[in-house]
Unconditional design. Sequence first.
Length: 310
Amino acid sequence: MGAIFTQSRWPRPIGQALDLDVMAGVLSRLGYGTARRISDCTTEGLRTELADWVESDDRGEGTLVLCYTGHGDRSADDRHYLLCRDSRPGRLKDTALATEDVVGIVTETGLRRLLLIIDTCYAGQGSVDAVRELARSLTATREADQHRLASFSVIAAARPLELAADGAFAEALRDAVDDPTLGGPRRRQLFVEQVVDRVNDLLAERSPGQHATFGTLCGDEVPLFPNPRYAQDIPAEGVDLSEQRVALGAEGRRRREELVSHFGPRGRGAEWAAERGMYFTGRHEALRALTAWVNGTGRRRTTSTSCTEW
């Protein structure tokens, strides 16, 4: 899984570089590596950078997160545009990059999964444009081969008619992902809808009047937000909290390592984990007899145990 981070500098917001760092940290915690970081581009330069990445060999079959932070604007016909270094507000169509075109550029060569995050003013309109254009494209190519887009979702930092406060969305997303109530160590993934709901709770306190939105056009079984707190070897439910903390800490790791490297081999009569040992049989009968004797329902007797090479 990889992420592309882009930002505009027209004019340069005070905290924009920090926003990009915050987003990079959030996605890193979710397991995404940074594929490319694009900054201070002209409109044509941004097109070229995205197109060059699409043609590179490092794209893979995972999920791409394309995160844009900076300035966005709406045209008279309600299309959303990303403003670049050379963009002019009165000439959006020929000096800015339509948000829907970004999706077209990065998906035209067979990208399988895409999550678009738009952190600009009027970002909700951009998400609407992107979903509309992609829906048209998928409908036109529904008979295409198996390499067409299988999953597309978009998170917008603000609704279509709302302004976005500098830094508010990035920090709220970071705090929402770090909220343990959205997913403890037993849950494999964070549900994006719940994360966005938590983001809006935080925005209500920090940037009233700004509301993040989430939408998905198509999806598959691959989670967009793997849970960074998920622990594969957590104890079964019913184990008390103190024992769970031990199991998930350094002591628990030491115990599991000893089980594999020491007790496991010696339970087979071997010294090393890879060494051939003995597999014992007859224990079930012996245990049943012992249990019955302890409970006072059985007679005292002896049982034989056999072993075979393993």
